[in-house]
Write a new protein. Structure first.
Length: 657
């Protein structure tokens, strides 16, 4: 870590103190946050990147998305901004070193260490993927190990701001990144969360063997191998790698995204199974998955060994006589043809078996996630599958609902195969909010993150020390659900008033916020029945509140009126119909009554407008007509009387919201 000789201060707040590292697109510094008096890490992008407006916009969006992530295994993003044309990101300062440094110092790692680090990285990825953020640059340099052994992943989503095709031409800058590319990244096609799973598989491979699976002279050469070449198996490079761990790594590195683990949580679960000594799911793969890749790679390895056996003349250590070049060329051609035949035979075998021509009883694993345990067991047993004793985990799902299966839905399975279902035991138990008033903001944040809470700060002008917590909501001692956001009121000796930008365009709002010495934070979109498309429909902090200078103001931009599909309420009672419509967002319900209906429909809806299935603004009025035709009363008299009823309609308009 190099001390800075002439410290620079970004945005009059972040003072650089030490240079930590240089990368392909930025320099990382240790810095001091003067406002909150805490140590942070500052990633400063190279100035040449700032002239590309498309890049700057992508960078802004990705930094905002990353700032929303709050997880123990993710380095949090505190802030981002621009200073005299240079863009920067402010992150938590992690006192430790990257995994890449540990690999350089120690080479390959023990299996238990590989699993421990991999499971924590997978947990971080799973959380990010659930929140719509794909990392795109999972590599040892972005995995940080703290001095007390915590694993934290950094640079979430930032890789998306860099153009992959341009990057591949920068031989020195992105060689490390190309080493961990997924095949779809290397080909320049769209990626999803499964691309991160492949990259993590490459990291696991390197931890287990001491080297990446593919090496080359240029990034393009390495990327090409990810697309076209089969990797060696970890046990070819390190015989001490357990077969089950090898299977997990190879499944994560399957060429086709459909053959990999479909979620990072599935990969993490398999790593934990291995750590607990239980069989891993990767051993029972679909035929087109890792088993075929492993078998084909092993066959190719055997052919390579056969092709390199030295030819002797039968004497001990004696050299072979000169061989006719044509014969030597013929022999090489025969060996190549044999290798191709072996590969084609294996591919044909596994393809036929996956299509059901071999084995005969393979089929896709049913999707029972979201079903009750009883329904799921009935469905699976009806398919001839054996259901093992279910696992239970806490989740946001109701108690008894299936939250995952192993194998996952869509995986090839056979009758008689054992399936494990994971059942929700209900939401996690409530936790107690700690006392934070009087602490420094940085200590309060560290306490909240350590306990799994989210946080949001509100600045208030005060004579108390700068950065001290003045109040908290919920209060100390409250019992709340895990992950609850705690709002901290923080002392700031200099505050500004947040302007009211509701109803302004995004450009107008940005100017108003900048003029108030604040910054634009996250920008999201949502429908609005109050504001027209393109106008600001919500902001945080709220208008006319106090905030510290440079505080980000988060904006919600209207996409126009909210629309929904009108549900079918014919046959429902009036109260049930109104409830169903309100549930879809239709708050204005007009009710009319008619006696031109069958007595059996009395009290029920007999018509509606708009009709069921139509799409309409949620602000529109939905009219329902309710049958009001009770059975006629019978009276007794001495004379015979015939009573007739004239159909009529009575209309009563009711607005419910």
């Amino acid at each position: 870590m190099e001390p800075i000789q002439a410290p620079r201060v970004f945005s009059e707040r972040y003072e650089l103190t030490h240079l930590i590292a240089r990368g392909g697109m930025a320099e990382v510094y240790r810095a001091r946050d003067r406002l909150l008096d805490r140590t942070v890490a500052l990633k400063v992008l190279f100035p040449e990147l700032s002239v590309d407006r498309a890049f700057v916009e992508r960078f802004r969006r990705e930094a905002q998305a990353a700032a929303k992530l709050s997880h123990p295994n993710i380095v949090p993003v505190f802030d981002w901004g621009e200073d005299t044309g240079t863009y920067f990101i402010v992150m938590e300062f992690v006192d430790g070193r990257p995994l890449s440094a540990e690999l350089r110092a120690n080479g390959r790692l023990p299996s238990d260490r590989v699993v421990d680090v991999g499971a924590h990285v997978a947990a971080a990825l799973a959380y990010a993927h659930r929140h719509g953020v794909v990392h795109r640059d999972v590599k040892p340099g972005n995995v940080l190990i703290t001095d007390d052994g915590q694993v934290k992943v950094t640079d979430f989503g930032i890789a998306r701001a860099v153009n992959t095709e341009e990057s591949l031409t920068q031989t020195g800058a992105v060689m490390g990144t190309a080493t961990y590319f997924s095949p779809e990244q290397a080909e320049g096609v769209g990626v999803d969360s499964r691309s991160d799973i492949y990259s993590l598989g490459v990291v696991l491979f390197e931890m287990a063997t001491g080297r990446p699976p593919f090496l080359g002279d240029t990034p393009v050469a390495v990327a090409s191998k990810h697309v076209r070449d089969l990797p060696p198996t970890p046990r070819e490079l390190n015989a001490s790698v357990p077969p089950d761990l090898e299977a997990v790594i190879m499944k994560a590195m399957a060429k086709a995204p459909a053959d990999r683990y479909q979620t990072a949580e599935e990969l993490r679960s398999d790593l934990l199974r291995f750590a607990e000594g239980r069989p891993v799911v990767a051993i029972a793969l679909a035929p087109t998955g890792v088993q075929s890749a492993v078998a084909t790679t092993q066959a190719m390895g055997a052919v390579r060994q056969t092709a390199t056996i030295p030819v002797t003349d039968g004497t001990a250590g004696g050299p072979a006589p000169e061989e006719d070049p044509r014969r030597r060329k013929t022999r090489r051609l025969v060996l190549v043809l044999l290798a191709l035949l072996v590969v084609l035979a294996l591919v044909a075998f596994f393809l036929l078996r996956s299509l059901g021509y071999l084995g005969g009883n393979a089929f896709a694993m049913p999707n029972v996630v979201g079903d009750s345990q009883a329904v799921a067991v009935s469905t699976l047993q009806g398919k001839g599958l054996h259901v093992a004793a279910p696992r239970q985990i806490t989740s946001s799902q109701a108690k008894g609902v299936v939250v995952s299966t192993s194998p996952s839905a869509g995986t090839s399975v056979k009758k008689g195969q054992t399936v494990t279902i994971t059942i929700s035991s209900g939401p996690p138990s409530n936790v107690t909010v700690p006392p934070l008033v009087g602490q420094s903001f940085s200590n309060a944040v560290a306490t909240l993150q350590g306990l799994g809470f989210g946080y949001r700060e509100v600045f208030k002008q005060s004579s108390q020390p700068n950065g001290q917590v003045l109040a908290q909501r919920p209060s100390a001692g409250s019992t709340v659900r895990p992950g609850t956001t705690v709002v901290l009121t923080v002392s700031s000796q200099n505050t500004v008033t947040v302007p009211n930008v509701l109803g302004q365009t995004q450009t107008q709002a940005g100017a108003s916020i900048g003029n108030a010495n604040l910054s634009v934070g996250t920008t999201t979109q949502a429908c609005s029945n109050q504001y027209t498309a393109g106008q600001v429909s919500a902001q945080s902090p709220a208008p006319d509140t106090q905030a510290a200078p440079k505080t980000p103001v988060n904006l919600t931009i209207s996409t126009g009126p909210c629309q929904a599909v009108v549900p079918n309420v014919i046959g429902d009672s009036q109260s049930a119909a109104v409830s169903a419509l309100n549930g879809q967002g239709f708050s204005n319900v007009s009710t009319s009554q008619t006696n031109s209906c069958a007595t059996s429909d009395n009290g029920n809806v007999v018509s509606q407008s708009p009709q069921a299935g139509a799409t309409a603004p949620t602000s529109a009025t939905v009219t329902i007509t309710v049958c009001n035709n009770p059975p006629p009363t019978t009276s007794t008299s001495t004379s015979s009387t015939t009573s007739t009823s004239t159909p009529s309609t009575t209309t009563t308009t009711t607005t419910t919201g």
